[in-house]
Write a protein that binds this ligand. Structure first.
Ligand SMILES: [Zn+2]
Length: 427
């Protein structure tokens, strides 16, 4: 055995896999691209791009759709795109006030989506599982003519362990130590990979890939709902921490003399900038929910003094916490999600002022603050992105599965199979 030659073979296989991944990521994030654009974006040679694209096309994951002038006379550049109908994922979101399900195709195309409002205080794990199974069956049935479901991604408004989807705390759902990953696996079966993460982490991922933070390397995403979620992108990659718990900025203690928090501490950032604090300052019941928040925001936008004061005081505390985070993370961009994004026009000056006061001059000078672009759907779109990760990371694995058999494609699970499984569980 020539070990040296084996080494070279292994290394070139590693390079091939990395190159396939680079192409899949570009096409998934940007949509149809010409070969010339892929050459420019990946730094690969024209002939390498041609051969790698041929692999995707042979596996039915991509198709060539015409051509554009390449800049070189007489040589138009073929345009290639991933086929959203050849591989898709099921995305689910467990929010405090709603549940959502979507089927999303390669390239980020939403093929079907449902969101239902839920009353607060009815969030037992059993109820939630039964409801998401029903929603999942509905969206899958709406799109079941397609053959390949490659994964399930789930966003949960809680503290989630990445490797097994264990939810140690979801204060606003009332969940403590819930083996949610295990519970979902018993519903969806063993045939499909299920990835679960915190909703704000996934909101950050979606805003980074398809929203307000495209092209940024260091991003801080902070979303205001009942709870306050945070997602952090460092050097282009989501910061997960050792287990997936990183980014819980809502429980930074900003006011030692503040109010008790659902997490057991007092004076957490959430107690000053979460939905309850806004409603309290506006003179309303803290548990008024989304309807009450909408009313306060409408009042504030029409200039009613009490609502304006409530919104701006929330903005002041938001700026105070952001200043500290700027010092730690040196983000180029802060993206405000949830109701923070909605009130941004009313509070941007207060935030800038508090950043001036709180953050160090150098990182403060570089950071910009912008509202989220994807709105309420950021977490569920991020859940879809999470479920695509295995394919984007190593497309070669999926291409070889396809090639290993003749006849119909074998990547992923039939959507029909999954619907039957869900219907059986629901019954
Ligand atoms: Zn807390």
């Amino acid at each position: 055995v020539d070990l040296h030659r084996d080494d070279i073979g292994q290394r070139s296989e590693t390079v091939r896999r990395a190159n396939l991944s680079a192409i899949a990521r570009e096409l998934h994030a940007s949509g149809p691209l010409s070969r010339s654009e892929l050459v420019a974006r990946t730094g690969l040679t024209r002939s390498a791009i041609r051969d790698l694209i041929a692999e995707f096309v042979a596996a039915d994951l991509a198709e060539e759709v015409g051509s554009v002038p390449s800049g070189t006379p007489g040589r138009p550049s073929k345009v290639v795109q991933l086929d959203p109908y050849r591989a898709d994922v099921l995305a689910l979101e467990i929010a405090v006030d709603s549940l959502a399900a979507a089927v999303v195709g390669l390239g980020g195309h939403v093929l079907a989506a449902i969101r239902i409002d839920r009353p607060r205080g009815h969030s037992s794990v059993d109820d939630v599982i039964a409801d998401v199974a029903e929603l999942a069956a509905e969206v899958l049935e709406a799109t079941s003519r397609r053959p390949r479901l490659i994964g399930v991604g789930v966003a949960v408004a809680g503290v989630v362990k990445r490797n097994d989807g264990f939810v140690s705390l979801a204060p606003n759902l009332g969940w403590v130590d819930v083996p949610f990953g295990q519970r979902l696996a018993s519903v969806f079966g063993d045939g499909i990979a299920i990835s679960i993460a915190n909703d704000a982490d996934l909101g950050a991922l979606a805003e980074h890939r398809r929203g307000a933070a495209v092209g940024e390397t260091d991003v801080l995403f902070v979303a205001g709902e009942v709870g306050v979620g945070g997602g952090i992108i460092v050097d282009g990659k989501p910061l997960t921490g050792s287990a997936g718990y990183a980014g819980e900025v809502g429980h930074l203690r900003v006011n030692p003399d503040g109010l008790p928090c659902h997490c057991g501490s007092t004076g957490c950032w959430e107690t000053e900038i979460g939905e309850r604090a806004l409603l309290r300052r506006a003179g309303r019941a803290e548990d008024g929910g989304r309807v009450a928040v909408d009313e306060v925001l409408a009042d504030a936008f029409s200039g009613r003094p009490k609502a304006v004061r409530a919104v701006r005081e929330t903005g002041r505390w938001l700026g105070i916490g952001l200043g500290g985070l700027v010092n730690v993370f040196d983000p180029g961009l802060i993206v405000l999600g949830g109701f923070f994004g909605r009130i941004h026009p009313l509070i941007h000056d207060v935030i800038e002022l508090e950043l001036d006061r709180t953050a160090l001059a150098a990182p403060r000078a570089l950071v910009r603050v912008a509202p989220a672009a994807l709105g309420v759907d950021a977490p569920i779109l991020g859940a879809a992105e999470l479920a695509f990760e295995p394919l984007l990371d190593d497309p070669a694995m999926w291409l070889s599965r396809r090639r290993s058999r003749t006849g119909p494609t074998t990547v992923g699970l039939g959507a029909r199979t999954m619907v039957d499984e869900l219907r059986r569980v629901i019954a």
